[in-house]
Write a protein that binds this ligand. Structure first.
Ligand code: AHM
Ligand code: MG
Length: 332
């Protein structure tokens, strides 16, 4: 598989992207440019996040997004930065963002790609200096070139993703992405302003001993999920939950584990959004040997019906996800 071939640790992201493109003789370079645009925007966000404590960018902006959640100032800044980068880059005709109710028409009607993005996930963690992330998916448009993007372009199922990734703004900043040939992770070197390959061909362990779930909702979990959590505790697995999806996912990808956001009394179809949270991570999960379902079916096969729809999310080491699903079937 292409991404698994020649990547050597220390390769700069730009070079890595260019080399990948060379391996596809018919590639036009548009996807490569789009990935570079996302990387550039992430560097700007990284700078803003690092300054947040000093420049009064933490905290709420006093407005709400479509889900009725408070928008943080940095949420909105990240949204503007990514949207601008995608508009200026010219390769994206339409965007779905967590922060914007409707389709964003970039005006690049000759562009081939659609991007769905959560510009700053876990932003309630910024005020307490805990990591946050950006999550993105890239699709090919379905509508004819030269026209505005349509709902049909946006509501593609996850199996149609051309690429997906996340940026983790943590103790160091990382960009992890896949174009469907394995998963590679790049660490940002701030003094050089560049990402370098640090985690080549990332593989999730088949089994793990970390479970990540907000147990505050335990009393509202169904019997199957309660049984699975009981088993995790009987085996003295480590309970680890940052409350920042990218961080929880990244840790479990590296160490082996399961992340669960189930249906709860507050969120009857789960909290996480299919188009710009679950699908991207499900794509990366499967590319790394992990598994992602809504408890019953593969996340990537869910046919979306609306831009901001939610889904329960069970993702991680395949043996753990399979056992959790078996519990749901047997006990519920
Ligand atoms: P957000 O998109 O509003 O930031 O919400 C998503 C976040 C995830 O990063 C995290 O896993 C989850 O919400 C935590 O939710 P909870 O506090 O309900 O456990
Ligand atoms: Mg989010």
């Amino acid at each position: 598989m292409m991404d698994k071939l020649t990547a050597s640790v220390g390769t700069a992201l730009d070079r890595f992207i260019a080399k990948r493109q060379e391996q596809f003789p018919y590639a036009t370079g548009e996807l490569s440019q789009l990935l570079r645009d996302i990387a550039l925007a992430s560097k700007i966000i990284n700078r803003e996040i690092n300054r947040a404590g000093l420049s009064d960018l933490g905290g709420a902006a006093g407005t709400e997004n479509i889900q009725g959640e408070q928008q943080q100032k940095l949420d909105m800044i990240a949204d503007v930065r990514f949207t601008r980068a995608l508009i200026n880059g010219g390769e994206t005709c339409g965007i779905v963002s967590e922060e914007v109710d409707d389709i964003i028409d970039t005006g690049n009607h000759h562009a081939k790609y659609i991007v769905t993005i959560d510009p700053l996930d876990g932003s309630s963690n910024i005020d307490v200096n805990v990591l946050v992330g950006t999550i993105f998916s890239i699709y090919r448009r379905r509508s004819p070139i030269g026209r505005p993007p349509t709902m049909d372009d946006m509501l593609q199922q996850g199996t149609e993703q051309v690429a997906a990734g996340y940026v983790l703004y943590g103790s160091s900043t990382m960009l992890v992405y896949s174009t469907g040939y394995g998963v590679n992770g790049f660490t940002y070197e701030p003094s050089l302003g560049e990402y370098f390959l640090s985690h080549a061909n990332m593989q999730c362990k088949e089994n793990g001993s970390i479970f990540s779930i907000n147990e505050g909702g335990y009393n509202t979990f169904n019997e199957g999920l309660k049984e699975y959590i009981r088993r995790c505790k009987e085996r003295e697995y480590s309970g680890r939950y940052i409350g920042s999806l990218v961080g929880d996912f990244h840790r479990n990808l590296l160490k082996g584990g399961i992340y669960i956001y189930p249906a709860t009394s507050k969120y009857d179809t789960g909290k996480l959004r299919l188009l710009y949270e679950c699908n991207a991570l499900a794509f990366l999960a499967e590319q790394s040997g992990a598994m992602a379902t809504d408890g019953k079916q593969r996340i990537l096969e869910i046919k979306p019906t609306s831009l901001h729809q939610r889904s329960p999310f069970y993702v991680g080491s395949p043996k753990m996800v399979e056992e959790a699903m078996q519990c749901l079937e047997d006990y519920t």
